[in-house]
Design a protein around this ligand. Structure first.
Ligand SMILES: Nc1ncnc2c1ncn2[C@@H]1O[C@H](COP(=O)(O)OP(=O)(O)OP(=O)(O)O)[C@@H](O)[C@H]1O
Length: 272
């Protein structure tokens, strides 16, 4: 078992309870998408799984250990086995892409090797190999502040691929990419996870991408698991319930083509 949560709750420092009584198990090699409305707790859950936050209640096990029992080097060793893909990767603007990718293994290298690698890239070939499937190898020596948002996201993904983590966590990993690139990038992530037999947990707002790329879907709403189902069993009724919002009344479409078709059936709006 890669991830296990038993009755986990999370209250943020200001007192807001973002997660309530979550029970969840994710096996090695599983690919899971977390979907749900804004504020549902997706990022909070991923931050827990990345050891950036600790549960306020309940028990969390990651890669066979309870992170609450670890500190110092043992905690760093666990963190080096977890790959975090951020929506906006926290990359220093002036850093070269090659250095940013190689930084994926800083947690696994000696201090001396890490310091040398920050000044002089020791494994440019490894960084290029991580960038290649993401079609970004030509940016190897570009500076991070010369990249678009979607390119930066792919550098963040290449960094985690280079890290060779045992658990991949991705928070909105393709939000800045066009639909074709987003599709391709999720294919790459899924393929790597399957080849390496590691678990991949990603939060996504694009329901169609989640259903297409992830065999298991967890619907999170108001900090609780509303459903946890194989992708093919997620129904429109489940999605309607997940995203229902008293403030708006528009229907939810998992398939963007249906959304366009429905829009074209509406009576044309007149300009006034
Ligand atoms: N550091 C924090 N301090 C206090 N409250 C927080 C903090 N981080 C998140 N929250 C609150 O916790 C709830 C869940 O936030 P979270 O970011 O996990 O949701 P999300 O599902 O990822 O949302 P989105 O899809 O909009 O990114 C929200 O109501 C948010 O305001």
């Amino acid at each position: 078992m890669t991830v296990r949560l038993d009755g986990v709750g999370l209250t943020h420092p200001g007192g807001f309870q973002a997660l309530h009584d979550i029970d969840l198990s994710i096996n090695q090699g599983e690919r899971v998408a977390i979907i749900g409305p804004s504020g549902a707790g997706k990022t909070s859950l991923l931050r827990l799984l990345g050891t950036g936050l600790a549960p306020s209640t309940g028990q969390l096990h990651l890669l066979g250990v309870d992170p609450a029992t670890l500190k110092g080097q043992a905690l760093r060793r666990l963190r080096a086995r977890i790959g975090l893909i951020h929506q906006s990767p926290p990359l220093p603007p002036r850093q070269r892409v090659v250095t940013a990718v190689l930084a994926g293994r800083l947690g696994q290298w000696s201090l001396l090797r890490s310091l040398i690698s920050l000044c002089y890239p020791l494994d440019s070939a490894g960084a290029r190999a991580a960038l290649e499937p993401l079609d970004l190898q030509d940016k190897l020596f570009a500076r991070c502040d010369q990249l678009s948002g979607g390119q930066l996201q792919r550098v963040g993904i290449a960094r985690v691929l280079y890290q060779r983590a045992d658990l991949l966590l991705a928070d909105e990993p393709v939000s800045a990419m066009d639909p074709v690139l987003a599709d391709h990038t999720l294919n790459v992530l899924g393929k790597v996870a399957a080849e390496r037999q590691i678990s991949l947990v990603a939060s996504l707002h694009a329901v169609d991408l989640a259903l297409r790329h992830f065999p298991r879907i967890i619907g999170l709403r108001a900090g609780r698991v509303l459903f946890d189902l194989p992708a093919e069993r997620v129904s429109q009724a489940e999605l309607d319930q997940l995203y229902s919002n008293d403030s708006f009344n528009e229907p939810v479409f998992a398939d963007p083509v249906s959304a366009i078709a429905a829009a074209s059936l509406e009576a044309p709006r007149r300009c006034t």
